[in-house]
Design a protein around this ligand. Structure first.
Ligand SMILES: [Zn+2]
Ligand SMILES: [Zn+2]
Length: 783
């Protein structure tokens, strides 16, 4: 499919804006992605004729090549599709799944979605295919009325649900779902990249339980996954499902708009402190210009507070420019809208009544606005994978502008200085660990409830199953009987006590005081630092203030919060090495990976103003210490590396280097810096010398620091560049200061850390230590 080139150079709504900015200090990078024509192929003869007819009736007369490839892959075995935003990924699993349902009247399919909104969209799309009553989709989630549930179980042959419901509602009651499990042909896992970290480690266990129960009913369903672009799609699919090999479909045959990419860094307003104009103010001005030029724009902001602020700022800016009427054509968009409200916004946007929506990435999870002229992302959304997904919205009428406005955060500024790196850097890996101990053991109990376990269940849960079963027996949770393990009698079934969003069954409920509604849970190990009395707690980008933390009842009472401050806890941390799992020489230091015991005492919290991070006050707290075991890497700096290093700067240098490494770790593994913790000390009792620890922030750990151990050289290089290139004098939030430092960023030496990391990079003698490689060679360190 080729199209004639237009004779004259098209003037895009953003041409003027970019032309004016070129040569200035804010437009720090530009790039262009060429338009790509579709590669299509006829609908294959082998597809069920009724499905082919339904596609044609819906206006689909050809398939993109990747859709055919996905269909053929699905016929052979498990597969994952990772093509771009709006590339018709749904057909990649709908074609094989619906084909099976049409051919076999008894067959069943199960679709898993991370959110209810996405499940609703998919149900609507399937219903739109007009396949009559041979395909009977139904949503089964927490909102499904009780009286409708029995009918759905009996009648529907395509169940759309979420992993939480599968875990707590469907698997434990599999006897009621016998029809589904005995005929389960296809399991679809859409948006699989969402299943990473703690959540992913849980879902990997839930899917193994699903395969086990299906096996007990005599079926072996075909798993079909999709994901945004990530560095390790096949590995993710294999870790999630426990199946291998999983086929990869990633050659995108869909057409793609030509896209101009512009990277924007707000100007410096205070040279000495290195302070820049806020990304929100800058974003508001850019949005006003785009809207003024008639560009239909979607603007992504990280928090709900940010959405409100930016919407208010852009209104003021439009008034200032003498076009206040435009403000009415910009809508803020939040999660939590009903399907009807979402459809209304979509409709107004499509009709051109609205020119812009401002949203958190909630929109990625549940609104379908199609392509727009411009997609603007204000501050780094956490991963390049999600940034690219957001940018993918730009490209109506074959051309689009993808804009990114950097905030002052360390990663944002790192990217603003390395635009090429940013645009070409391979996307991150999605990491999970189904054997993360606390998570895994808890799911074995759930599995025992679903049916007695035996050594044969290693087929589903992995080679350590027997050892774990014996351990659970030792803990009094399971009872052994003739080579089978059954659950001991308990009050509630285990799944009812286990949240998939928390790494430990021991958790605190977050309860909204006025309504009594449970809005979330947090792990006990993190409760004191996140929901202590007075804490401002963010839930789905929305702020709440903690009124009371009830330790005995394991709950925090909160209220919606509208103030202009946030809180940062002051903590005392100790790290004890429990088990050394791996060790190597790297960059002149001894680098170790293992299991550590982290003890934390939250002493106080600081209130800080949102606008300028100015401290308001410090409030003391009285809380007992908490302790959790997790994974960590640590490295010891010996006398050689430290020769001539000023001793009074050592602690501040270690601390600043640790912060910088934590700041850049999300470049390697898809995680948030809040998922990682650290400790620096100039004399650790076990290593006997100056040591930096970087540990997983969740009990048990989910493999993030294992990856950092393997890629330590990259981690040091990125951290060194982060610090060395920041123009501030003594350290700022864009380099060594951390918004989550338990010591409130004291002491920090930017220059010392720069020197330290430079010395590591010069040493460059990485090699494995003979005989200590690999996962199986654990040994205990002397205390
Ligand atoms: Zn700095
Ligand atoms: Zn710190």
């Amino acid at each position: 499919m080729s199209t004639a080139r237009t004779q004259t150079r098209a003037i895009e709504p953003w041409t003027e804006l970019l032309d004016a900015a070129r040569g200035g200090e804010s437009l720090v990078g530009e790039s262009f992605e060429w338009e790509r024509a579709a590669r299509t192929t006829p609908i294959p003869e082998e597809l069920h004729p009724d499905l082919a007819a339904a596609l044609r009736a819906a206006g689909v007369n050809e398939l993109y090549e990747h859709q055919l490839e996905a269909l053929e892959a699905a016929w052979r075995g498990p597969a994952i599709t990772t093509t771009g935003t709006a590339s018709g990924k749904s057909l990649c699993f709908n074609l094989p799944a619906l084909d099976v349902l049409l051919r076999d009247g008894k067959a069943r399919a199960l679709y898993l979605y991370p959110t209810k909104a996405l499940a609703q969209d998919q149900a609507r799309a399937i219903a739109g295919l007009a396949l009559g009553d041979r395909v009977r989709p139904a949503i089964y989630d927490g909102d499904t009325p009780r009286e409708a549930r029995g009918q759905i179980r009996k009648r529907s042959n395509l169940i759309l649900t979420n992993p939480d419901m599968l875990h707590v509602g469907i698997l434990p009651n599999h006897a009621m779902w016998g029809e589904l499990f005995a005929n389960l042909a296809v399991v679809v896992v859409d948006e699989a990249h969402v299943y990473r970290g703690v959540f992913g480690s849980h879902v990997a266990n839930v899917l193994r339980r699903l395969r086990r129960i299906a096996g007990a009913y005599g079926t072996e369903p075909r798993f079909l996954l999709t994901s945004a672009t990530i560095a390790n799609p096949v590995e993710l699919a294999e870790r999630l499902t426990g199946l291998a090999p999983v086929a990869l479909v990633d050659r995108d045959g869909s057409p793609s708009a030509g896209r101009r990419i512009a990277i924007w860094n707000p100007p410096i307003t205070d040279e000495a402190l290195g302070i820049r104009r806020s990304a929100l103010s800058e974003g508001a001005e850019l949005l006003a210009s785009l809207v003024g030029a008639g560009a239909r724009t979607i603007c992504f902001v990280r928090s709900r507070k940010g959405v409100e602020l930016l919407t208010r700022l852009v209104t003021l800016e439009l008034e200032r420019r003498g076009t206040p009427e435009l403000a009415e054509r910009i809508a803020p968009y939040r999660a939590g809208y009903t399907p009807a409200q979402r459809r209304e916004i979509e409709g107004r946007l499509t009709a051109g009544e609205l020119v812009a929506v401002v949203t958190t990435d909630a929109l990625e999870l549940g609104i379908d606005v199609g392509a727009l002229d411009a997609a603007m992302v204000v501050s780094f959304p956490g991963t390049i994978a999600s940034l690219r997904q957001m940018w993918g919205r730009a490209g109506r009428r074959r051309r689009g502008l993808a804009l990114y406005v950097a905030s002052e955060d360390a990663l944002d500024q790192f990217f603003a200085r390395h635009v090429e790196d940013f645009l070409e850097r391979p996307v991150e890996s999605a990491i999970l660990d189904h054997e993360s101990e606390e998570i895994h053991l808890a799911h074995l109990l759930c599995a025992a409830h679903e049916g007695p376990l035996s050594a044969d269940d290693a087929e589903w849960f992995g080679p350590r199953t027997l050892a774990y079963l014996e351990r659970l027996e030792g803990l009094g949770e399971l009872r052994a009987c003739d080579g089978r393990w059954v659950l001991r009698r308990r009050e509630r079934y285990p799944a009812a006590e286990l949240s998939l969003r928390s790494s430990s069954p021991d958790s605190y409920a977050i309860v909204e005081g006025a309504t009594g509604e449970v809005i979330g849970v947090t792990e006990a190990a993190r409760a004191f630092s996140t929901v202590h009395e007075g804490a401002v707690y963010l839930h789905q980008a929305r702020p709440y203030r903690v009124l009371e933390l009830d330790i005995d009842a394991r709950r925090a009472i909160v209220e919606p919060f509208d103030g202009d401050w946030y809180t940062q806890p002051k903590r005392e941390t100790e790290t004890l090495i429990e088990r050394l799992l791996d060790r190597r020489e790297a960059l002149g230091v001894t680098l170790s990976f293992g299991r550590v015991l982290v003890t934390e005492t939250v002493l106080a919290y600081q209130r800080k103003r949102i606008g300028d991070h100015e401290e308001i006050d410090l409030v003391a707290l009285e809380l007992p210490p908490t302790r959790f075991a997790t994974q960590a890497l640590w490295f010891e700096l010996d006398a050689g590396v430290l020769e001539g290093f000023p001793p009074e700067l050592l602690l501040g240098s270690l601390h600043a280097a640790e912060h910088a490494q934590i700041a850049v770790l999300p470049l390697l593994a898809m995680c948030d810096r809040w998922d990682i913790g650290g400790l620096s000390t100039n004399a650790h009792p076990q290593t006997g010398g100056p040591t930096i620890f970087i540990h997983d922030g969740h009990p048990g750990g989910v493999g993030i620091t294992r990856l950092a151990f393997a890629q330590f050289e990259t981690l040091v290089e990125d951290a060194h560049r982060l610090i060395g290139e920041c123009t501030c004098a003594d350290g700022c939030p864009s380099c060594v200061q951390s918004p989550k430092c338990g010591n409130l960023n004291e002491p920090l030496s930017k220059l010392g850390a720069q020197e330290l990391l430079a010395r590591l990079r010069r040493a460059n003698n990485s090699r494995p230590l003979a005989g200590l490689r690999g996962r199986g060679v654990a040994r205990d360190l002397p205390n």
